[in-house]
Design a binder for this molecule. Structure first.
Ligand code: GDP
Length: 301
């Protein structure tokens, strides 16, 4: 993870650490911190929050540099943890011997297929019986791509072979298959078309209704896959999805390719959603359940 966050750390956060470590914050230091956080795509809201918290603590007291940095880390950790604490969720928590259904959504290119493959692999490795439902039927290639990922980790993919391209029908079949196999984690690849919010809402709504009807006791999660390299622009996408999809969390991908890793803080602060996983590479193992401690240490150590 430290390696994955190299770019963000090197370009911005090392400097931040240096300034915060200098002691009491004068106006010049505050301005500098503000600029650095915004550059890391932390966003205006989260930046204000961090600066206020820092100022309250550091304005008058003379604080040892290590203490100031420890305090900064604590502010960031508390911010990142806030929504997870609210929902009592930690990072990789499918319930054993229960059907967990995770709907995975996100715009094309965000890394949705890759993420499904990685989560399936992690689930399988962690001893869960996994299955994938290929319900992003709009893109013909998507189904094939999901199958490739499924075969990499030995997870079966339920897709609709016929001409009926109704995603809800695929979800129905996938739930039926999951129930007969005592699957514990069913990952459903859902549409990510943003051009028309109403369509997206209708489609995701229909999928939810099928789940409620056919698997009323399933534990349902709805995760948005978000490309961290988009920084603040990605956040606007996320807002549209959160209006359409009753999201329960975010998977932040491509953190390895960006200096905009600060967007994690913006996601949490602005959307109030926990980050559940982070992707930092193209390989099957390059996904980690999110830990605020690990994340902040990787940024600021
Ligand atoms: P989808 O269109 O949302 O299903 O996106 P894909 O899963 O096909 O991914 C799009 C591209 O992003 C592919 O080239 C992936 O290898 C790449 N990708 C996905 N996740 C990551 C990541 O965490 N890090 C990096 N560097 N690349 C990623």
């Amino acid at each position: 993870l430290r390696q994955g966050l190299d770019k963000t750390r090197r370009s911005i956060l090392n400097q931040l650490k240096a300034i915060v470590g200098q002691g009491p914050l004068n106006q010049a230091a505050v301005t500098e911190i503000e600029a650095l956080l915004l550059q890391a795509d932390v966003g205006v809201e989260a930046t204000d929050f961090i600066i206020n918290a820092l100022q309250t603590k550091l304005r008058e007291e003379v604080t040892a540099p290590e203490e100031a940095i420890a305090y900064l880390k604590k502010i960031l950790r508390d911010m990142l943890d806030a929504p997870s604490i609210a929902s009592h969720k930690t990072s990789f928590t499918p319930e054993k011997e229960t059907l967990n259904i995770w709907l995975i959504t996100g715009v094309n290119g965000a890394g949705k297929t890759t993420t499904i493959g990685k989560i399936a692999h992690l689930g399988q490795k962690s001893g869960y019986k996994c299955l994938i439902g290929a319900a992003d039927t709009f893109r013909a290639a998507a189904v094939e791509q999901v199958k490739v990922w499924g075969s990499r980790s030995g997870v079966e993919v339920i897709a609709n072979p016929g001409k009926n391209t109704d995603p809800a029908a695929v979800v129905f079949d996938a739930i039926a298959a999951a129930q007969s196999r005592q699957t514990e984690l069913l990952l459903v690849d859902t549409a990510g078309r943003l051009q028309n919010k109403k369509n997206l809402m209708d489609e995701l709504g229909k999928i939810r209704r099928i789940i409620d009807k056919k698997a009323p006791n399933a534990k349902v999660e709805s995760l948005l896959v978000l490309d961290a390299t988009l920084g603040q622009n990605g956040l606007r996408q996320a807002e549209v999805f959160s209006q359409a999809a009753q999201l329960s969390g975010v998977v932040l991908t491509k953190l390895d390719g960006t200096a905009k890793g600060g967007v994690a803080l913006a996601v949490v602060q602005q959307l109030g959603l926990p980050i559940r996983f982070i992707g930092a590479g193209e390989g099957i193992e390059d996904l980690r359940p999110f830990s605020s401690y690990e994340f902040v240490e990787a940024l600021l150590s």
